[in-house]
Design a protein around this ligand. Structure first.
Ligand SMILES: [Zn+2]
Length: 326
C-alpha cells in the first residue's frame, strides 16, 4: 500500500491529508494558510503538518511515497511550475522543486479545480468516465477537463479554465482575470448572490428584500431558498446563471465530447432548481442528439474532491515514475 501526503492550498485554508493509493483518507487536517509569509512560509507549514500527521499516525515520514499539491492558479504540471496564483500572491514559482528540497519526496502539482475533477473521476460522480468535464461553482468558477483519463493542462497551464470562457459579449461585469463577461461573473455562487442582491435592491423579490434587510447580504443559498418558495425573481436569477452555464458547457462539449459533466461547489447545493435549467439550456445549445439529462450530474465528494484528486494525481505520477525506473 502506498501513502501520499496531499496539500490543497487555498487562499484562506490549507487542507491536508494522508491518503492511500486506494483513495482512503487516513487522516486529514485544515489550518489557516499563512499567505503573508510567502511561498517559503507555506512550505514551512507543509513541514510542520507532515510532522504532526506522522506523529498522530505513529508512522515514519519515510513511509510516505510522494507529495501532491493543489494550487488555485495557473499550474504547469509537468514543469512543477506556478505561472500565477493571485489569491496566494505567487508568480513564476518552481514550487515542486522547492517542496522536494524541503521535504525530500517526489512532488506533483496541479490546479485545485483540476484536482477536484480527478477526485470526482476516481471516486465520485464521474467514476468510470475517462472523458469528463468538472465545474466548481464557488467564489469563482473552477474548471477541469479530463480527456482519456488525464487532465488537459495546455500551454502555460491555461487549459480547462471554463470559468473564463466569454459568455456575454456585451455588458458583462469585470472579472478578476482582467476581462469582462466571463462565465465566472455570471454563474459562480458569488454571481448568483450578487444578482439575487440586485433583485432585492430593485424590489423585484419580497423574500430576498426581507433577507437582505436582515443580514445585509444575499448568498446563492438565499436565492435557492427563495426560488424553492416560488419566488419568480429568484427563479429568474438561477435560470439566467443556468443559461450561461448551458451555453459554456455546450461549447465545451464540441471540443472534448465528455460522457459526463460534473457540477459541484456551493451553488450546486441548489439541486434541481439549478440543474433542471442547466440541462434545459445545454440541450438548447448543444448538438440535437445530445441530451443533458444523464450527462450533467451533481458532484458527489463535496469538500473532499480536491484532496482525493490529489491522491489520484500522486498515484498516477508515482506509479508511472516507478515503472520507468525499472
Ligand atoms: Zn475571467
Amino acid at each position: 500500500m502506498e501513502m501520499y501526503l496531499c496539500f490543497d492550498v487555498g487562499g484562506t485554508n490549507l487542507k491536508s491529508a494522508i491518503i492511500t493509493n486506494e483513495g482512503t483518507i487516513i487522516i486529514k487536517r485544515s489550518v489557516s494558510t499563512q499567505t503573508e509569509k510567502g511561498v517559503t512560509g507555506v512550505i514551512h507549514q507543509f513541514q510542520e503538518i507532515r510532522d504532526v500527521l506522522c506523529r498522530k499516525l505513529a508512522i515514519d515520514a519515510k513511509e510516505i511515497h510522494a507529495v501532491s499539491v493543489g494550487i488555485p492558479g495557473f499550474v504547469e504540471m509537468e514543469k512543477g511550475f506556478v505561472t500565477r496564483a493571485i489569491n496566494l500572491g505567487w508568480e513564476n514559482v518552481s514550487i515542486a522543486d522547492m517542496v522536494t528540497d524541503a521535504l525530500d519526496y517526489p512532488v506533483f502539482i496541479i490546479n485545485d479545480a483540476n484536482a477536484a475533477a480527478l477526485g470526482e473521476m476516481w471516486k465520485g460522480a464521474g467514476n468510470g468516465h475517462e472523458q469528463m468535464v468538472c465545474l466548481t461553482l464557488g467564489t469563482g468558477v473552477g474548471g477541469g477537463v479530463i480527456a482519456n483519463g488525464h487532465i488537459i493542462n495546455g500551454t502555460h497551464g491555461l487549459a480547462g479554465e471554463i470559468g473564463h470562457s466569454c459568455v456575454r459579449m456585451k455588458g458583462g461585469r469585470p472579472c478578476n482575470c482582467g476581462k469582462k463577461g466571463c462565465l465566472e461573473t455570471e454563474a459562480s455562487a458569488s454571481a448568483i448572490g450578487y444578482y439575487g442582491e440586485q433583485a432585492a435592491r430593485n424590489g423585484q423579490s419580497t423574500i430576498l428584500a426581507k433577507k437582505w434587510q436582515e443580514t445585509g447580504e444575499i448568498t446563492s443559498k438565499d436565492v435557492a431558498e427563495a426560488a424553492s418558495q416560488g419566488d419568480s425573481a429568484a427563479q429568474k436569477v438561477l435560470d439566467t446563471a443556468a443559461y450561461y452555464l448551458g451555453l459554456a458547457l455546450a461549447n465545451m462539449y464540441t471540443i472534448t465530447a465528455p460522457s459526463r459533466i460534473v457540477i459541484g461547489g456551493g451553488a450546486a447545493a441548489a439541486g434541481d432548481l439549478l440543474f433542471a435549467p442547466v440541462r434545459k439550456w445545454f440541450d438548447y445549445f448543444v448538438f440535437a442528439d445530445v441530451k443533458g439529462t444523464d450527462l450533467i450530474v451533481p458532484a458527489a465528494l463535496g469538500n473532499d474532491a480536491g484532496i482525493i484528486g490529489l491522491a489520484k494525481l500522486a498515484d498516477m505520477k508515482y506509479t508511472s515514475s516507478s515503472m520507468s525506473n525499472l
